[in-house]
Write a protein that binds this ligand. Structure first.
Ligand SMILES: [Zn+2]
Length: 464
């Protein structure tokens, strides 16, 4: 099939498989989409990006792809699938990867063989660690959502979105409170696995080293469907080891070569589909990144300069605004690959972990000491440290943000932006005198900085 025909087919298919709103599950609107004969996709919510679960009726039984993070929803889905296909001989559950929103409801299919990549089990185990902390975080999320609704500042669509999230988080909270136990895959594989279901075959390919190490592609050639899980939904080269990439490249290329057998590219979250071109674009991106970041690490080139030039806009304009692709994902991909190929530790990643674990105040001094003691064990990027400083500022942790921005100034003493951020943190903390001094330093390094001039004028007025 020519490229244009593939595109045209994509348009026609989109018209044919418009999702229909059937009912609701636990107060969330239910969607059932018929992808092709004996292949359906289910999800809840009109506004949230909930997990899309697919089901395929085969001669040897029903095969389900992914569970969600709310077993109650999976119980409802199982009944709906039964009704849609008029049978209940469930045979396999396939997890596209180990994230909790694709595996938590596995127990609903404990009568089936559960299949996943060999690295998924460890992730599933992790999802059930720290349950008390998860409950606390979830309760915090619920409270924030309630506050947002009560603020009266939301428009109708925002309100509907927040309401759906609130239902989702409440259901997840109920699950967390129920002393939950993980349900692991019963059959795993590394590079490739084929399941023979009579009239239909499932070809499972390692697609890991992308969204997670455990991601897989699931090709169902008789149905013309490729399930891509989150590989393309939250796109990037974000995890995995150097050994994963040659396998990923080989598997992905083999799927590109079989484009005539694939009509539907189905992601694990969005309600839409991808085109062949979008699938191929992402493959080209992964190949380019693997080559270019490895070359940078091998030659010891300057990472700050590389990042400034190697933007999506400059190098991959065809991916700008493409679904699932973000500048942040792009940066995290470079960070991950550079870490692998240089053998160095990402200081930004270590910082991010501290902030995510709510542990910055306790852990930063030690991390900073480690970095300054053995600078060539780590790599760090000015804009990355700066970004994380603003995360702390947003959380109103002014002293923590100041500590981090101060380190950035120490590491990058010629950067006007490092001074600017530090000045802004002092200003937000209320130390206007110190902020003024630092804004002036920043302006001395870059006289073109109009925002700096505005800040200085404003502070001088306020101090008077
Ligand atoms: Zn995921």
């Amino acid at each position: 099939m020519s490229f244009n025909k593939v595109l045209l087919a994509g348009v026609i298919i989109t018209l044919m498989v418009l999702p229909c709103l059937a009912d609701s599950v636990e107060g969330l609107p239910l969607h059932i989409q018929k992808i092709t004969a004996n292949v359906i996709r289910l999800w809840v919510g009109n506004y949230i990006g909930s997990t899309a679960v697919s089901a395929i009726a085969t001669q040897k039984g029903i095969v389900v792809i992914d569970s969600t993070d709310i077993p109650k929803v999976d119980q409802a889905f199982r009944k709906i699938i039964e009704k849609e296909f008029g049978r209940n001989d469930f045979k396999y559950l396939i997890n596209t990867h180990g994230h909790r929103d694709h595996t938590t409801g596995n127990g609903v299919y404990s009568d089936c063989q559960i299949i996943a990549h060999e690295s998924a089990a460890e992730m599933i185990k992790e999802n059930f660690n720290y349950i008390p902390q998860r409950i606390e975080r979830n309760n915090g999320d619920i409270q924030r959502l309630k506050n947002e609704i009560e603020s009266g500042k939301l428009n109708d669509e925002q309100k509907a979105t927040v309401n759906e999230r609130l239902i989702e988080d409440t259901l997840y909270g109920e699950f967390l409170e129920s002393s939950p136990q993980p349900v692991f895959p019963t059959k795993t594989f590394r590079d490739k696995l084929v399941l023979d279901c009579g009239d239909v075959t499932f070809e499972l390919y390692q697609g890991g080293g992308t969204h997670t190490q455990s991601d897989i592609f699931i090709l169902v050639p008789q149905k013309g469907v490729l399930f891509t899980g989150d590989i393309l939904a939250t796109f990037g080269v974000l995890s995995g080891t150097a050994a994963d990439y040659p396998v990923l490249q080989k598997n992905w290329k083999s799927l590109i070569d079989r484009k005539n057998e694939i009509t539907y590219y189905i992601p694990g979250h969005w309600k839409s589909e991808l085109t062949f071109k979008e699938f191929q674009d992402r493959f080209n991106y992964v190949n380019a990144l693997l080559t270019d970041v490895k070359a940078l690490a091998d030659t010891g080139g300057n990472l700050d300069r590389f990042i400034a030039d190697y933007t999506l806009k400059n190098k991959f304009p065809y991916l700008v605004d493409s679904p699932g692709v973000t500048d942040m994902g792009h940066w995290l991909s470079i960070d991950h690959l550079y870490s692998i190929y240089s053998g160095k530790v990402s200081f930004g990643n270590a910082l991010e972990q501290l902030i995510w674990d709510n542990n910055f105040s306790a852990g930063f001094d030690k991390l900073k000491e480690d970095l300054l003691k053995a600078k060539d064990r780590y790599f760090y990027v000015e804009t990355d440290i700066n970004r994380l400083g603003y995360t702390l500022l947003q959380q109103q942790k002014y002293d923590d943000a100041i500590k981090l921005f101060e380190l950035n100034v120490e590491l990058h003493p010629a950067s006007w932006n490092a001074y600017y951020s530090l000045a802004e943190a002092y200003y937000k903390k209320g130390d206007k005198v110190k902020a003024l001094e630092l804004f002036k330093k920043s302006l001395a390094l870059n006289a073109q900085n109009e925002n700096g001039k505005k800040f200085i004028a404003q502070i001088e007025k306020e101090i008077k």
